[in-house]
Design a binder for this molecule. Structure first.
Ligand SMILES: *[C@@H]1O[C@H](CO)[C@@H](O)[C@H](O)[C@H]1NC(C)=O
Ligand SMILES: *[C@@H]1O[C@H](CO)[C@@H](O)[C@H](O)[C@H]1NC(C)=O
Ligand SMILES: *[C@@H]1O[C@H](CO)[C@@H](O)[C@H](O)[C@H]1NC(C)=O
Ligand SMILES: *[C@@H]1O[C@H](CO)[C@@H](O)[C@H](O)[C@H]1NC(C)=O
Length: 675
């Protein structure tokens, strides 16, 4: 009762009586949900608060409501909220889940919450923080492993009491919560899922509706369903006959009764670097939705707004053996674009919903984008620079083995591995790193000599290196695997590293980790006097090609542009190869335009400063910068003598890729190829 009155204080426009009359339950016999005792059906859409700037939440939620939804669904990404093992939790900025919940309610939307520990979501390690691997490398994630359960219980002790006032029965918007996530496709440890169910019940009471969701196959449901918890399914826009089979299966696992629920209905699909952009055909999507609504089903559209995996948190998948990292854009070909604009699909879905329930008349419009143009950049430092390494790695570690990121106690980002060559070498000589995860940029005395790539199964490279020279490998964690059996793997250069016939075992390691944008910004400002800025001669620039280098550039928005007048824009990095980019210290994510399908990065207006303030871009190019960026005299730098990036009004996430027309795809991707 106490929490009900606390909730009353928080959500003060509801009277005590109103709160007491609120209930949300499953009526198995009537095959329905009941809200305040009345039959209720939700048409929901997934929106991830952590994939948009917080200033955008309100307008995205408004558009969800205007699009006819009565409910939204979100995950809670544990790794983002508790990024280090300390009991120090982050709910700031776009991690303020409580503000998001309140905004949803203010905009007349109910909330289905998927509270972790595992979320997949193509988020780094499926949302489980990688520090759980530090102390116990043999920890069994997503099981009743005691160490894992201990971390989960501590996190739930922190999170769930804070969510309690937001439950529907306490006056808030949350009508139900998920237990694990598609668990039946990886495990069958019912002790684990019962443990999660009991923790949720312990903190939130026995009345809260709990559900599981699983891929639509009998074995998944057998292992994924939990006693006392509503079993639901995830599936795309299948033909009617398939939809019927799916719902029959769902009923079978709920004792033949209960509401029909599709918890993840796919209007599009996720992307991978180097593979074609996935799309969902509007007519196929709206027809399947129509069929489900006709059957009285509850549907959650995954994603309704996909958003952006800013920073280091875009995850990866395995396609067979192939390591497949996900791009920065999580557009998903969803009804609302990455920038939150309505699409043809948005309106088709709204019209479909309108056949079954009342939808608002008003329609949102597409917001204008700006082409703010070119910003000149200059080289300011490099990963090989001692000053930089001291400041950003903090320490160097001498070790006979090339320690993993987990042994170094870093999560994402980078580690630099160096070893002196103290023997006579053959010419060429092959460097082998059979356990590399995920990409290694190889240098001999700071000269760029090539790339090792896990995705390409490219674990060996012939190089020329002589006695007395130094071998350096900059390793990038390209994103932790977000689902399946391989989550929880180590990152780093790996074991069994050889050069020719010799094992290499005298490493100096710089654990850079997640290079911090605010610190980079400050450092670039400190370099204004140029005394510390690295200098390159023509020949060293040719040899290093601008790899592992930082470039910075300032600009101001057009004269008179006030905060309200700033528009969204997209960043093009023509001539750059692969890396990260920050605006005003905010990490916009990975860029890799040479492979696609994503060529531009979304830059929301809220990250920019109005006229006459200075905005600063910092680019960390890992492999190859345009000649004009290397201080090479104009007559040798091709078409431009100016090093620049461009802000354009056009987003390109559907560019050709090296794997266009390939045959090894996930089943969902194959599904989309058929439709
Ligand atoms: C589940 O718990 C029971 C009772 O404690 C135990 O006998 C069983 O081995 C456990 N199963 C697993 C998979 O841990
Ligand atoms: C690879 O390294 C591991 C651990 O250092 C060692 O146990 C194993 O024998 C090595 N394998 C080969 C093929 O050298
Ligand atoms: C390891 O390399 C360092 C230089 O980086 C050198 O001073 C040291 O002697 C080497 N140690 C061994 C055991 O070879
Ligand atoms: C950008 O402007 C700041 C001052 O506003 C200055 O400290 C910094 O050095 C400038 N950076 C570049 C790359 O010009």
């Amino acid at each position: 009762m106490l929490s009900r009155y606390l909730a009353f204080l928080l959500i003060s426009w509801l009277t005590v009586r109103e709160i007491e009359s609120r209930s949300f339950t499953v009526d198995y016999d009537q095959n329905s949900f009941l809200k305040d005792g009345e039959k209720f059906r939700y048409v929901a859409g997934s929106i991830h608060y952590f994939r948009s700037p917080e200033e955008r939440w309100e307008s995205i939620l408004q558009k969800a409501r205007l699009g006819g939804l009565n409910t939204i669904t979100t995950y809670v990404p544990w790794t983002s909220h508790q990024h280090l093992p300390a009991m120090d939790f982050n709910y700031k900025g776009n991690l303020n889940v409580f503000k998001f919940l309140k905004l949803a309610q203010d905009n007349d939307l109910l909330v289905i919450l998927r509270p972790s520990p595992f979320i997949d979501a193509e988020w780094d390690m499926g949302g489980i923080p990688s520090w759980v691997l530090w102390e116990n490398p043999d920890i069994k994630l997503r099981s009743s492993d005691l160490d894992y359960n201990y971390h989960v219980a501590r996190w739930y002790d922190e999170l769930l009491p804070r969510l309690k006032p937001f439950l529907y029965s306490n006056g808030g918007p949350i009508i139900s919560m998920q237990v694990e996530n598609e668990y039946g496709s990886v495990g069958c440890d019912k002790n684990y899922t019962s443990f999660l169910r009991d923790l949720l019940r312990h903190h939130l009471g026995n009345d809260l509706v709990l559900f599981t969701n699983d891929g639509a196959a009998d074995p998944n449901l057998k292992c994924g369903s939990v006693p006392g918890v509503l079993a639901t399914l995830d599936f795309g826009p299948e033909p009617l006959s398939e939809i019927k089979l799916r719902f029959d299966l769902e009923r079978k696992h709920n004792n033949g009764k209960g509401p029909l629920v599709c918890s993840e209905f796919y209007p599009g699909w996720l992307d991978h670097w180097q593979k074609p952009h996935n799309k969902g055909k509007t007519t196929v999507v709206s027809t399947a939705l129509d069929n489900m609504l006709e059957m009285g089903a509850n549907v959650n559209i995954y994603m309704y707004h996909g958003g952006t995996s800013f920073g280091y948190m875009a995850g990866a998948n395995l396609d067979g053996d192939m390591y497949d990292p996900c791009p920065t854009s999580y557009d998903y070909d969803a009804p609302l674009t990455e920038a939150g604009d309505p699409t043809e699909k948005y309106f088709a879905i709204k019209s479909t919903i309108a056949k079954y329930m009342e939808v608002p008349k008003e329609n949102p419009v597409v917001k204008r984008k700006a082409a703010y143009g070119k910003v000149a950049l200059e080289l300011y430092t490099s990963v090989h620079d001692t000053e930089f390494l001291t400041l950003f790695a903090g320490r160097s570690i001498a070790s006979s083995s090339a320690l993993s990121f987990e042994q170094l106690k870093i999560g994402s980002g980078f580690a630099l591995y160096q070893t002196p060559i103290d023997f006579k070498t053959s010419d060429p000589i092959v460097l082998k790193t059979p356990q590399l995860r995920d990409r290694g940029i190889v240098f001999v005395d700071e000269e760029f000599v090539g790339i090792l790539s896990r995705t390409e199964n490219n674990f060996a490279i012939p190089i020329r290196i002589k006695l007395g020279q130094t071998l350096t490998v900059l390793v990038e964690n390209q994103g932790r695997i977000a689902s399946g059996d391989a989550i929880g793997e180590n990152k780093g250069l790996g074991n069994n590293i050889t050069l020719g016939t010799r094992a290499l075992h005298n490493w100096t390691i710089f654990p850079l980790g997640e290079i911090d944008g605010k610190k980079l910004l400050k450092y670039s400002q400190g370099l204004k006097d140029k005394s510390l800025q690295i200098k390159e001669d023509f020949f060293s620039a040719i040899r290093n090609r601008g790899s592992a280098r930082f470039f910075a550039g300032n600009f101001t928005l057009p004269r008179g542009t006030s905060r309200d007048e700033i528009l969204d824009t997209y960043v093009r990095l023509d001539g750059f190869n692969k890396g990260f980019i920050w605006i005003n210290g905010i990490n916009l994510g990975r860029y890799w335009p040479v492979v696609g399908p994503q060529e531009t990065l979304y830059l929301p207006s809220t990250f920019l400063k109005p006229f006459p303030d200075t905005n600063t871009f910092i680019v960390f190019e890992l492999e190859q910068a345009p000649n004009a960026c290397l201080g090479i005299p104009a007559e040798y730098s091709g078409s431009s003598s100016v090093c620049y990036i461009t802000m354009t009004d056009t987003h390109v996430i559907d560019a050709p890729t090296p794997y266009d027309g390939m045959t090894t795809r996930t089943s969902e991707e194959r599904f989309w190829q058929r439709t």
